[in-house]
Design a protein. Structure first.
Lengths: 188, 529
């Protein structure tokens, strides 16, 4: 039964990957170092009349770099972004995979989770957004499959998985324009 | 478990610190009263003077307000506040700030009761005291802050009732829960769902005391009847309808977009894909998950300037690590179940309306997030980690907290003056200065509902307002107009125009908002020779 569920989930994910192949123009996710300078200058400008030393404690390149990198990174784990990639079934399985990882604390699954957490940095620094995003998608898809290990072969869960798979296909059909990461998409 | 002396001292210090963070410069930061604050204040003032709201309704249970029908709790809380402090910014914000502080005290006792861990309860109180999300809504006249206090107190009393099998505590719990639903729209959905989950979690205990729950339930249901009736009425649905995420025209637009861009063989699918229940479920799912977005929580927050600093998330960046530590080590205790349920139910009211994510409609999320933050912190402190690591983490957290204070007290009043309709108070003051030599005053309504600000800052006699049949377009010598009205055929008037409007008249004065931005100009019209 778990093999059937695995095949179903892989089919759903493959459908989504096929949909993304129509995207001609991706959102810009790469980290821009100029954003640090803009951040500092914008914040310092608001501090007109304040003690310059105090202003620099709070608005400096170190803190701004940390903040801007975190902001760019957070976009790649935005909930809409995750939902658009994984769909309802992927999100549910990801949730189960995280519980499985935290419960069992196995080195292999923890390493896999670290890869999922690390791949967005490829998008932030990589020159090819399409390839970097695909690497992130594959990392997330593959990690979420660990969630299947938590499933019991009972009727309720099987029904739940089938319902989620259908909902996901419907969700993917409705969000065919991939709004969270694609600017321009054409039907292939 | 009794609270030790030093723990009492720490709790008092936390409460004092929370009080400072919520009350310091309350009148001037946020920099101006926004529309709802003004009308809350004036309606309460009108109740004091005439026992009617400004629309002429006698001691209303539901306030017509601007036609968007507000719930009563905050209005009636303002009555004693305005009686004591007068009709001003501090009085309008005082109940919210006070309930913000009281929420911290209740949260401490709730966690102490649930976990028997006083240090964890102290940590949670501290994190709530410094929570940017909670501070933001404690510092404005927001209904949700009072609602959160009432919901939390209801939860605490229910836990007490279950532990002591006490029907009086259960009755009090029911009353607090119901009052929470009378405080803000979001709680009308949150409270029933959350209470249901609590009933499931505590089903064994509640079954044993079922007989003693009959009267509390009956009282709670009886008190809820007017609210249920109101919720089903046209007035009750007006706010939800106006803010609803489910608009037929949006569905049609999405379907037409699909038809235009899809390939011909696939076009037949649109009639199956774009069915109302399915499409609306899709929108609700998107709205729901947006409240768990790291961008919303940790980096940019709610993009409405009244709801966050916008330059940072709803909660601190360092809380991400603490929450992850808590989740990594989470054991499914009753406490964990309660707060996880609280977290998962919180975004539901906001997911069916726009815009999303919405920090005001999901203020209740702050409680479980603070619980997880404090749990993660407690686990780090308790574990045998090198002291240097703990010191570095503490320093990092302190730095971000200090940065937040800098944003709150230095940046916020300047950057978000427009979001708080700053300029209206200054406008009314300038009008008062010049109006005596004019029979009529025409004021632009470009920034919406100027009539409410004139009523509030003039402390206009509500009896006189009713006698003159005042309304949002005109009362006494004041006319509130849009740019379609010809102001040049009204005789000699004082005209308050937007700053950018070219006016053929005698310039009298300028109105700047708290950030120094020129908002209005005052002109004399019709008096030129």
């Amino acid at each position: 039964m778990k093999k059937i569920i695995l095949a179903l989930v892989i089919f759903v994910f493959a459908f989504r990957i096929w949909q993304t192949s129509g995207c001609k123009n991706y959102h810009f996710f790469k980290f821009e170092p100029i954003s640090v300078k803009i951040n500092v200058e914008e914040q310092v400008n608001t501090d007109i009349g304040q003690n310059r030393q105090v202003s620099r404690i709070f608005h400096n390149k170190a803190s701004a770099t940390f903040y801007e990198i975190t902001k760019s990174y957070a976009k790649l784990f935005d909930s809409q972004f995750i939902l658009d990639i994984l769909g309802p079934i992927g999100v549910a399985l990801m949730f189960l995979a995280l519980i499985y990882t935290f419960k069992t604390k196995k080195l292999f699954t923890l390493s896999h989770l670290i890869i999922v957490v690390a791949t967005p940095f490829l998008v932030l620094i990589g020159s090819n957004t399409k390839i970097s995003l695909f690497v992130q998608f594959i990392a997330m898809y593959s990690f979420s499959l660990w969630g299947i290990k938590s499933l019991m072969p009972n009727k309720l869960q099987i029904f739940g998985i089938i319902f989620l798979a259908i909902s996901t296909l419907w969700y993917f059909a409705l969000s065919w324009q991939l709004p969270s990461f694609c600017n321009e998409i054409f039907f292939n | 478990m009794a609270v030790k002396k030093y723990q009492k001292v720490i709790l008092i210090l936390i409460i004092l610190f929370a009080t400072f963070l919520r009350f310091y410069s309350l009148s001037s930061n946020p920099p101006g009263l926004y529309w709802d604050e003004v009308i809350f204040g004036y309606d309460a003032y009108s109740i004091i003077k005439t026992a009617h709201d400004h629309n002429g309704n006698f001691l209303p249970l539901f306030f017509e307000s601007y036609g968007d029908w507000k719930l009563p709790v905050y209005h009636y809380l303002l009555v004693p506040s305005i009686l004591v402090f007068g009709l001003n910014e501090f009085a309008v914000r005082f109940p919210s700030a006070s309930f913000g502080v009281l929420t911290i005290i209740v949260f401490f006792y709730l966690l102490k009761k649930l976990t028997a861990n006083i240090n964890l309860a102290l940590l949670a109180s501290f994190f709530l005291a410094i929570s940017p999300w909670h501070i933001q809504f404690s510092r404005g006249g927001f209904e949700s802050t009072a609602g959160l206090f009432l919901a939390l107190t209801g939860t605490y009393l229910l836990i007490i009732a279950i532990h002591l099998k006490n029907s009086l505590a259960a009755t009090a719990s029911g009353i607090f829960f119901v009052f929470s639903m009378y405080s803000y729209h979001a709680y009308r959905i949150f409270i029933p769902a959350f209470v249901l989950v609590l009933a499931v979690i505590y089903r064994k205990e509640l079954k044993k005391m079922a007989a003693s729950l009959v009267i509390p339930l009956a009282i709670a249901l009886f008190l809820s009847v007017p609210l249920i009736w109101f919720s089903l009425s046209t007035e009750g649905k007006s706010r939800a309808t106006s803010q609803s995420a489910f608009k037929k025209e949006d569905l049609e637009k999405a379907r037409i977009d699909y038809d235009q861009k899809s390939k011909k063989p696939l076009r037949f699918m649109s009639k199956y894909l774009y069915q109302k229940p399915v499409y609306y479920a899709y929108l609700a799912a998107k709205g729901y998950v947006s409240h768990f977005s790291p961008t919303f929580l940790f980096t940019k927050g709610d993009q409405i300037g009244r709801h966050s600093q916008v330059d940072m998330g709803q909660i601190y960046i360092f809380e991400a690590a603490l929450i992850l530590v808590a989740l990594f080590n989470l054991k499914m205790t009753t406490t964990a179940k309660i707060f996880l349920a609280w977290l998962l139910i919180s975004p539901i009211p906001a997911s069916i309306v726009t815009p999303t994510p919405h920090a005001y409609r999901t203020l209740q999320m702050v409680i479980p997030l603070v619980y997880l933050t404090s749990l993660g912190t407690y686990q780090i402190i308790s574990q045998r980690k090198p002291a240097i690591l703990k010191i570095l983490l503490a320093f990092f957290a302190l730095y971000w907290f200090a940065s937040y204070l800098h944003l709150l007290f230095v940046h916020y009043p300047k950057k978000f003056a427009a979001d708080w309709q700053s300029g209206y108070k200054q406008m009314v003051e300038k009008v008062k200065k010049h109006q005596d030599s004019f029979e009529n005053v025409y004021i632009t309504n470009i920034n919406q509902v100027p009539y409410a600000y004139v009523l509030f800052y003039e402390k206009y006699d509500p009896q006189k307002y009713f006698a003159l049949n005042g309304n949002k377009d005109h009362f006494d010598k004041y006319y509130f107009i849009d740019n379609s009205v010809n102001v040049y055929n009204k005789g000699r008037i004082l005209y308050v125009a937007p700053s950018w409007e070219k006016v053929d008249g005698i310039w009298l004065d300028a109105v700047d908002d708290a950030s120094g931005r020129h908002i209005y100009s005052l002109w004399e019209l019709g008096g030129q020779k």
